[in-house]
Design a protein around this ligand. Sequence first.
Ligand code: HEC
Ligand code: HEC
Length: 290
Amino acid sequence: MSDHRHVDEFTGIETTGHEWDGIRELDNPLPRWWQWVFWACVVWSVGYWIVYPAWPLVSSHTKGVIGYSSRAEVAQEIKTATAGMADQLERVRKAPLEQIRTEASLREFSLAGGRSAFNVNCSQCHGSGAQGFKGFPNLNDDEWIWGGTIDAIFRTITHGIRNTEDENAHQSDMPAFGRDGILTKAEISDVAEYVLSLSGQAADSAAAARGKPLFTDNCTACHGDTGGGNAEFGAPALNNDIWLYGGDKQTLVETITNSRRGVMPAWGRHLDEATVKQLAIYVHSLGGGK
Ligand code: HEC
Ligand code: HEC
């Protein structure tokens, strides 16, 4: 650099030695204001490090003297959001189901709440998509054992089915026709053939013909004259291809011989009223709601 020392002849100020096509750069000191801003920044950042959490340490970080934490702010925000939700939940608790179903804001809120409550409480038995498993009904279809209106669904969820914890639970038991000696093995086989024919499956027609009067005498009271089912007794339809336990001959014989006894808890005893309502709205919305 010293080789290039050069003093500008007009201003008498030394140049930096940089030259572009004969234009030289004066080596003026930095402007005062700029230096002030620079030092102010330095002081401000040191202050910041002292006051706020700043430097990472091996397993934590410097905390800063005022102990500020964005976690505390998030916690406060969550608190505010929860308070807002409490208002909505209170509205859900007070509103009739039909209003929740039709009023857009309540409905949206309830569908979201119902979906998450379903995942927590119901999916282990009914499946995460409510598709059901053997013995645990699919809640997406149009087939309802205990009724598919929103009120019926609400009632089923609130009181449950064949449990001992709620006296208003749905109760209705199919007789164990074989175990209790009501029908013989041969008769059970015949009536099962008749159920196969009712549901449109291949059946031994002679056996089905023998089974028909047995069905009329023993089964229609609950399952209906043509096997259409009856929600009042929780008797599923037998004339379609939707089965709770199974529609093959062997499973039919097993069901008729020993009966079944699906049990569901009374959710009104485990969840608050607003959540049960949200669940009813959600289940009703799944596609098969009436
Ligand atoms: C422990 C297993 C279990 C859990 C958990 C469970 N259910 Fe069920 N649920 C059943 C069984 C079993 C049935 C069928 C009972 C029967 O055979 O009638 C049923 C039936 C139903 C029905 C009636 C379906 C129809 O066709 O009428 C509805 C609605 C229902 N459950 C909703 C729910 C909701 C909502 C939850 C979560 C809050 C839930 N269930 C949790 C076992 C369960
Ligand atoms: C007192 C009422 C009642 C009578 C009578 C009755 N059932 Fe049932 N049936 C039910 C109920 C309730 C269920 C559902 C059981 C459950 O959900 O666990 C059922 C379930 C069934 C199922 C299982 C359906 C499926 O989707 O898997 C079959 C099959 C069936 N019944 C056939 C018969 C036949 C055949 C007779 C006559 C011999 C008969 N039932 C008589 C009440 C009755």
